[in-house]
Write a protein that binds this ligand. Structure first.
Ligand SMILES: Cc1cc2nc3c(=O)[nH]c(=O)nc-3n(C[C@H](O)[C@H](O)[C@H](O)COP(=O)(O)OP(=O)(O)OC[C@H]3O[C@@H](n4cnc5c(N)ncnc54)[C@H](O)[C@@H]3O)c2cc1C
Length: 373
């Protein structure tokens, strides 16, 4: 079988990997360089964690996601992951951490509730201001996202069954005939076309623009004193919802930066527009950092980064068959990277078999425990 893949982010590359390791041919088209620094997948890190609020379907997929990453590490000859554990904090009427703990208890992954009085003793880098309940689970960590994407692109470039076309924007995709035409006017045909175009999907397939809404998100990298950095370099990852602004903190594992972002979808912006982030974008987040992180007044903003992803109304992934010979692959809503290897392997299996497309879409939306057989 031969597949055309549009998009060289984690989803397109992992699907190419899955197809090539099963002996299929792939042509992958990326509008920018490979990897493309503007892709959603291209940041120092992305988190993987079991706590998932009420979305027990995604919590259940995390173990499968780890198995898929391990297979990728084997193929790449390197592991791009550091374990941190997951600390979920809640208060002020928010109950995401409680709901996560309750959902995980139903699937045999209990979280431990830490008395708030013990929280700062165990994690002295945290101030407990505003925190009413704290839950801990040993699992969870940091995927070194841009290093994974770069290593995977290099790995695929060495595969005889894969042809990579960087700097080749696709102008149109015919999902009935499995044909694409590039901006330069060259046509390519295959047995199937997979569109994994991230936040640009609505440009290529305008009908999907309302369902998969681009969302501009700003994250902050901090420069912090050496002793604070050393403390945070042991973790934990923090997912916090105690104030108006909920934040996540990615600890500086294995020499990477310390990053903080929020959970609010902007549901606006154009991924083709300029990416300059302004201090105004992050004032509420800085305020929350001040009350949650010990010694924060000594931290300095190292850099701001504006990224884009797509969001759906229910935050579920969209991996669906469109047309007789096409698939749209957008497992995102801001939480897809952790499933990149798994989503790619499973889509590759479905493309190359007669597995039920509707069942595959339900599984990737977190509505089925197992991928179709
Ligand atoms: C700030 C932020 C924080 C996040 N945190 C997490 C996290 O902690 N954990 C987690 O699991 N996920 C997280 N995510 C989400 C995750 O990064 C995305 O779900 C994932 O990277 C999406 O990958 P993708 O391959 O679908 O899209 P992308 O990585 O954007 O790749 C799409 C590619 O398609 C290319 N393309 C588009 N149109 C065309 C065309 N017409 N022709 C050729 N090429 C084209 C683009 O150039 C791009 O390279 C976060 C995202 C952001 C932005």
């Amino acid at each position: 079988m031969k597949a055309i893949i549009v998009g060289g982010g984690i989803m397109g590359l992992c699907t190419a990997w899955g197809l090539a390791r099963d002996g299929h041919e792939v042509e992958l088209f990326e509008q920018g360089p490979l990897p493309n620094p503007l892709a959603s997948s291209m940041d120092e890190h992305r988190l993987i964690r079991h706590p998932y609020g009420d979305h027990v379907g995604y919590a259940r997929l995390i173990d499968d996601a780890y198995v898929a990453w391990d297979l990728l590490w084997d193929d790449l000859g390197q592991r791009f992951y550091a374990i941190t554990g997951t600390l979920a904090l809640t208060g002020n009427g928010a109950d995401w951490a409680e709901r996560s703990a309750a959902a995980l208890a139903t699937i045999g992954k209990p979280m431990t509730e830490l008395p708030v009085t013990d929280l700062t003793r165990r994690f002295p880098q945290i101030e407990a201001k505003g925190v009413e309940r704290a839950f801990w689970i040993e699992s969870g960590g940091v995927l070194f996202a841009q290093d994974i994407v770069a290593a995977l692109a290099r790995h695929l470039a060495r595969q005889s069954r894969v042809r990579l076309h960087p700097h080749t924007s696709v102008r149109s995709a015919d999902l009935e005939q499995a044909r694409i035409v590039t901006e330069a006017g060259t046509a390519y045909a295959a047995d199937v076309v997979v569109v994994a175009a991230g936040a640009w999907v609505g440009r290529l397939l305008p009908d999907l623009g309302r369902q998969l809404v681009p969302s501009r998100q700003v994250v902050i990298y901090f420069d912090l004193p050496a002793e604070d950095r050393a403390a945070w370099a042991k973790g934990p990852m923090v997912i916090e919802k105690t104030g108006d602004v909920g934040l996540y903190l990615v600890p500086p594992m294995e020499g990477r930066g310390l990053k903080v972002g929020d959970h609010e979808f902007s549901r606006s912006g154009d991924p083709m527009a300029e990416r300059t982030a302004r201090e105004d974008d992050i004032q509420p987040l800085l305020e929350r950092c001040r009350s949650l992180l010990r010694g924060f007044d000594r931290w300095r903003t190292d850099r701001l980064k504006a990224c884009f992803y797509t969001v759906t109304d229910d935050e579920r992934f969209v991996v669906e068959k469109h047309g007789a010979r096409g698939w749209v692959m957008s497992p995102c809503s801001g939480h897809g990277f952790k499933f990149g290897a798994l989503m790619g392997l499973e889509l590759a299996r479905t493309l190359a078999s007669d597995r039920d497309a509707a069942a595959h879409a339900r599984w990737s939306a977190g509505l089925e425990a197992a991928a179709p057989t």
